[in-house]
Design a protein around this ligand. Structure first.
Ligand SMILES: NC(=O)c1ccc[n+]([C@@H]2O[C@H](COP(=O)([O-])OP(=O)(O)OC[C@H]3O[C@@H](n4cnc5c(N)ncnc54)[C@H](OP(=O)(O)O)[C@@H]3O)[C@@H](O)[C@H]2O)c1
Length: 285
């Protein structure tokens, strides 16, 4: 079994350390607030002397600045740093250079599950950076989740991760608006839930409501047919949704942003096309 150091013991890092310990690895732990290491030390983890203590450093912190703060001016000769923290793709590329200047190699990652999903079936993580280096550590990292390698560019794992988060946050925020709206008429979240679930499933499916696939194909082909449901019709309908939420006394920040985006694509002269034409406006801010 391998030796691995977890740097950052928030909910994610702590669960990673616990999972690696349970899989039989030799786990060393480090956290800025040292007391968070105690539950893991009592389960058999070793307390690190510094954040750079070990040859494989798995980092899970609030941002990449936290990694700089934690590693300070330590040399990283021969070390592999696998960072699963959030930040911008450009900062990840900068971080790859920073680690390389200190003699180490950075693998960047975006993990697609919350703490209870770590180590569970279905969990996966986007990784980018040098594949041969990642390959040397897959035995250890696969204890956390499936490994989805997306390319050498260290910014890429974060782009995949953030693209997934965009879908996750915006669709769930719309779900929250829907529940709040329905509750103003006495419909409980539980009563509405079957309809929300059905829509989430259909959007990812292959039928007439399978818009994830439909929009991807349209975007690729550069055509957005709107004969049966034009963007103009949907921009007017979205305006009605904003008015309805306002009438009901529900907050409208996100719905108003959608309305503005649809109206912009309409004003740009593509109202006769389908909803997918909005992507042409998104690509040109
Ligand atoms: N939680 C989730 O469901 C989830 C899911 C997927 C991905 N992620 C990502 O995973 C990462 C970790 O998330 P999390 O929920 O475990 O906790 P978090 O609140 O994002 O991060 C907490 C960790 O960051 C450390 N930290 C913050 N600022 C620091 C600094 N300046 N120097 C050194 N350490 C610093 C904290 O140390 P102290 O304990 O000393 O404060 C703690 O170990 C994040 O980037 C997050 O976006 C989270």
């Amino acid at each position: 079994m391998s030796q691995v150091t977890i740097v950052g013991l928030g909910p994610m890092g702590s669960k990673m350390a616990e999972t690696l310990l349970a899989a039989g690895h030799e786990v060393t732990v480090w956290n800025r607030t040292a007391s968070k290491a105690e539950p893991l030390v009592s389960r058999g983890a070793r307390r690190a002397v510094t954040a750079a203590d070990g040859d494989l450093l798995v980092v899970s912190q609030i941002s990449y600045q936290a990694m700089y703060d934690s590693l300070g001016d330590a040399r990283l000769d021969g070390k592999v740093v696998v960072n699963l923290s959030s930040d911008t793709p450009e900062r990840l590329r900068e971080a790859a250079r920073w680690v390389a200047e200190r003699g180490g190699t950075l693998i960047t990652a975006g993990i697609m599950v919350p703490p209870p999903g770590i180590g569970q079936p279905g969990a996966y993580t986007f990784y980018s950076g040098p594949k041969d280096v990642l390959d040397r550590h897959t035995e250890t990292l696969k204890a956390l989740s499936e490994i989805t390698y997306v390319g050498t560019d260290q910014g890429l794992a974060m782009m995949y991760y953030q693209s997934q988060l965009l879908i996750f946050w915006s669709s769930l925020t719309s779900h929250m608006h829907a529940m709040a709206f329905m509750r103003t008429a006495g419909v409980s979240p539980a009563e509405f839930l079957p309809f929300a679930r059905s829509l989430f499933t259909q959007l990812g499916g292959a039928g007439p409501m399978g818009y994830a696939k439909i929009l991807a194909e349209e975007f690729e082909a550069g055509v957005h047919p709107g004969e049966l449901n034009s963007l103009h019709m949907q921009a007017v309908g979205m305006g009605h949704v904003v008015e309805a939420l306002t009438e009901a006394g529900v907050e409208t920040t996100v719905p108003r942003a959608l309305k503005a985006l649809f109206e912009r694509a309409d004003a740009e002269g593509r109202g006769h096309e389908g909803l997918g034409t909005v992507i042409e406006s998104i690509g040109k801010p």
